[in-house]
Structures are given as C-alpha cells and as structure tokens.
Design a binder for this molecule. Structure first.
Ligand code: UDP
Length: 485
C-alpha cells in the first residue's frame, strides 16, 4: 500500500450526527477502527462543543483525530444553540437539524479538501457518515473517496421506515393496515405511524428529506449497521440484495459504561453509585427500569397514568423522568405532573426511584435486580437491553421505534407492547398488569437470555472462530485497505 506524504496508510473520516443515540455508535466505531488499522488516521468530524466533551475518551487512541465543522446554517427554525451544543435533546430539534444539515455541504467539502491537503494531496479512503447525512456521498465521490453510511438502527426497522416515506400515497389512505410493494409480507397498522408521518402531506419536507437521504445512501459503496446478524439476518440479506452492495453488521456498538455517555451528555443526572446502591436492595429480576431515551418525553396525562400503574403493580421501579413536551429540559419539575403524594409514598416504601433527566442506563440494565425495561424502543436502548438479557415492555413514541418494537415482539418474542405514541391513552391498570406479566413471566426472560448469549458470541472468538460481528468488521477493514491500494 502506498503511503501518503505523512507516512500514514490513509484516512477514514467519520461524520456522526450529534444526537446521543447516533453519536455513540460512531465513537465506538472510531475506537474499533483505530485498534484494527493503527496505520490509518481516523478523523471524527464534529461540532466544537462535541469535540471538547468527547476528546478525553480518545486520549489513548493516538490515531484518532478531530475536525471541527462549524455550522453556519441560516435557518431561523433551528435551535439557537445548535452551533455549540454537543447533543440535541429534543425530537423536534433533531428533525429540524436534519433538514438543515444539507446546507453544510460546502463546509464539509472544504473540510475534506483540508484533510486531503494535509495528507499530501491524498483524499480520505472512505467517508463513513450518519445514515441521515447521506448527502455526504456526493462530496466523498467528488474527491474519489468511497462512502459508507453507518446505520444507527437495524435494517428491519429502516426498511419499513423508508418504505412508508417513499410510498406516500399509500400512507395517506384511510386503510387501517398498510402494505408495501417493496416489503412483501410486512403489514403496518396505522397506529404504527409516527405523528410526523400521520400529519404529513404530499411533498412534505420530512418525507422529501428522508427519501433523499435514502436515495443518496443507495449510491454509497456499502453499508455498516449497528446491529447483530442473529437479530435480523433476513433483513440484512434483503438489504444486500436490493442495494447490490456489501452489508456489514458490526454491532452491538456499545460503550462499556455510562461514564462514556456523561462526557457527551449535557443533562445533569444521578450517579451510577446512587442507582446501584438502591438496586442492591432488591432481589434479582424484580425491578422495572423506565426510560424514553435522550429526546422523547410523554404528556402529563400519560405521566400520571404511568405513575399510577407503576405504583399499583406493587413492583419496584427506576423511572427516568423528564419534563413533558412543551417544557424546556432546564425548567423545574412541577409536582402536579405526578399523582398527589406519589414520590413521597414510593420513596418511603423503597418501591421507586425517580431519576430526573438522565440515568446511567448501562449500569442500571447491567444490575441483576433489573427484570424488565419499559422503553421507547430507541435502537441503542434495545441493543443495551438485549445485550443484558432484559426483556422489554415497548412504548414506541417516534420514527422507527414502532418497527423496532414490532421486530422485538413479533420476530424475537422478547417484548410486549404497552402503548404506541403519545396520542394513545393508557390507563394505570394496563401498566400494572403488563409490568407484572413481564417481571413474573419466564418465557420472555428465557428468550432474552438466549439472545444475550448469541449477541455476545457475535463479538467473541469461540474456539478460534470469530463471531459474526467480528467477521463483518474484519471484512470491512479489508475492504477499506483494498480501496486504499
Ligand atoms: N441514555 C442514558 N441515560 C438516559 C437516557 C438515555 O444513558 O437517561 C442513553 C441510552 O443508554 C442510549 C441512548 O442514551 O445509549 C439513547 O439512545 P436510543 O437509541 O435508545 O434512543 P434516542 O435517545 O436516540 O431516542
């Protein structure tokens, strides 16, 4: 392989999106690549604030570099702090940012020019971008670099998600059940459409944006997935067949501890020690952990029913509680958002622990007392739960979360769905029944345990044989080397 003037074998550029669940898999990938191909420079493109927070994690990775991308987006609807924030903390901010991101093309082009110049005129060998920054494919190809999107969700859900946006007229029919020409055998209930999909009109910006990004990604030179073959082999095969490009399932890309998250998260939370001490007081598989991820929140009426149900279940719970939609993250929590006396009662009985804003999720899920995860089914949460053998009570809120929940329930048998979206009124009695069902049930726990073992095998070497994710990573690395020749 010909070395550039700088003596390195080449550069791989990683361009993550700055939402929590998107950034973390990229950081994991950076570490893996820097270990596998130490003769390459791995350059992470990020915002100035992001870099500041993330840099300490890479102190022992000398080949990982950072390049600041300054956002000069003239979009009034964008959150005021988008230039300096490290991760966006609301669903609407994320959506608005995605839409505005395409105007970053000239700055990204300049940045790739600088990287090329600094390697004596040799462009990056490969640019790996977030799946929703598919527009980077044109920049990559204009330099002669290869382009690969890293999908931070699985192909089962992404295929459905893309299909719904693409077949807009179908989505706008009044039919209760939707089917898609490119997904034989898949039926979606109207209640599995996110709010933005339901309210979208023809030529709506979200639809246009998503379709455009997925079309860009079809021109890429392959795709990386933060998933594991055992979870969705046939969807991976279908994706490879329909794109005609290599597909690498290299997950689960998960950090070892929530400490890594603290550096990129902004919200004040509770220390792992406090949570662990609380969990230590409870027997194995007896506690339900409740969280809706880094962006989603539920309205007051639903918070009150959820609280009633958790209390009525008689089971112990940790609930990461955030301000309802319409209230800023920083605003103080109001007592009237919960049933009267709720927090005092559950604290006194040691039945519940309320964690404001942010919890050390990985440590919580790793604790033996956790027996179920009431989750919005964000893909990182799904992988974290399954890799700890914890069954899921699904309450998808937005985007592809509905199809993650569908995969978990219908294909893998490790989830029961409690509710869909925030227009679905739940009642406390249903919550209590579901929590008891999952915590006391054997079958889902057994299946989750089997999946946990298989997911671990995927990233291990057993009797000299590498697991599927290790093999996929090897193959990706070999491909990058080959591209560099
Ligand atoms: N997370 C966390 N503490 C919290 C909320 C979220 O550590 O209180 C982490 C969680 O472990 C996961 C990520 O944030 O890695 C959320 O990603 P996910 O894909 O599950 O959902 P999103 O936030 O993107 O909707």
């Amino acid at each position: 392989m010909e070395k550039g003037k700088t003596g390195i074998d080449g550069t791989v550029v990683l361009f993550p999106f700055m939402a929590h669940g998107h950034l973390n898999p990229f950081l994991e990938l950076a570490q893996l690549l820097s270990t596998r191909i130490p003769s390459f420079t791995i350059t992470i493109v990020s915002t100035p604030a992001n870099i500041l927070n993330v840099r300490p994690r890479f102190l022992s990775y000398p080949t990982v570099r950072f390049s600041e991308l300054h956002f000069h987006i003239s979009d009034d609807s964008l959150p005021a702090d988008a230039q300096n924030t490290d991760t966006l903390t609301s669903q609407s901010a994320v959506t608005r940012f995605y839409h505005a991101s395409e105007s970053l093309q000239p700055s990204f082009h300049r940045l790739i020019s600088q990287i090329t110049e600094s390697d004596g005129g040799r462009p990056p060998i490969c640019i790996v971008s977030d799946m929703f920054l598919g527009w980077t494919v044109d920049v990559a190809h204009s330099f002669g670099s290869h382009h690969v999107p890293l999908y931070t969700s699985g192909p089962y859900a992404m295929s459905i998600y893309n299909s719904i946006w693409t077949h807009l007229p179908q989505r706008l029919t009044c039919a209760d059940h939707l089917t898609f020409p490119d997904l034989p055998g898949v039926t979606i209930d109207r209640t599995q459409l996110s709010r933005s999909m339901k309210s979208a009109t023809e030529n709506d910006p979200s639809s246009d944006f998503t379709i455009r990004q997925s079309e860009y990604c079809r021109r890429s030179d392959g795709s990386l997935w933060n998933t594991v073959e055992v979870l969705e082999r046939s969807s991976l095969d279908n994706w490879a067949r329909s794109t005609g490009k290599p597909v690498w399932a290299i997950g689960p890309l998960l950090p070892n501890s929530s400490k890594e998250f603290e550096r990129v998260g902004k919200l004040p939370g509770l220390s792992p020690l406090v949570c662990t001490e609380w969990l230590n007081q409870h027997p194995p598989n007896s506690v339900v952990y409740v969280s809706f991820g880094s962006q989603n929140t539920i309205p007051v009426a639903l918070m009150i029913e959820l609280a009633k149900g958790l209390e009525e279940s008689g089971k112990a719970f940790i609930w990461v509680i955030r301000n309802p939609p319409g209230f800023e993250v920083g605003e103080s929590f109001r007592a009237e958002w919960l049933p009267e006396g709720f927090e005092d009662r559950i604290t006194e009985r040691k039945q519940g622990l309320l964690v404001r804003n942010w919890a050390p999720q990985l440590e919580i899920l790793s604790h033996e007392s956790i027996g179920a995860f009431l989750s919005h089914c964000g893909w990182n949460s799904v992988l974290e739960s399954l890799s700890r053998g914890v069954p899921i009570i699904g309450w998808p809120i937005e985007s592809e979360q509905f199809y993650n929940s569908k995969l978990l329930e219908e294909e893998l048998g490790v989830c029961v769905e409690l509710a869909r979206g925030i227009d679905d009124m739940i009642n406390g009695g249903d919550v209590a029944r579901m929590v008891r069902l999952v915590l006391e049930g054997e079958e889902m726990r057994r299946k989750s345990e089997v999946l946990r073992e298989k997911m671990m095998t995927a990233v291990s070497v057993v009797e000299g044989v590498k697991g599927s994710s290790l093999q996929a990573l090897d193959h990706f690395v070999e491909t990058v080397r080959m591209w560099g020749q």
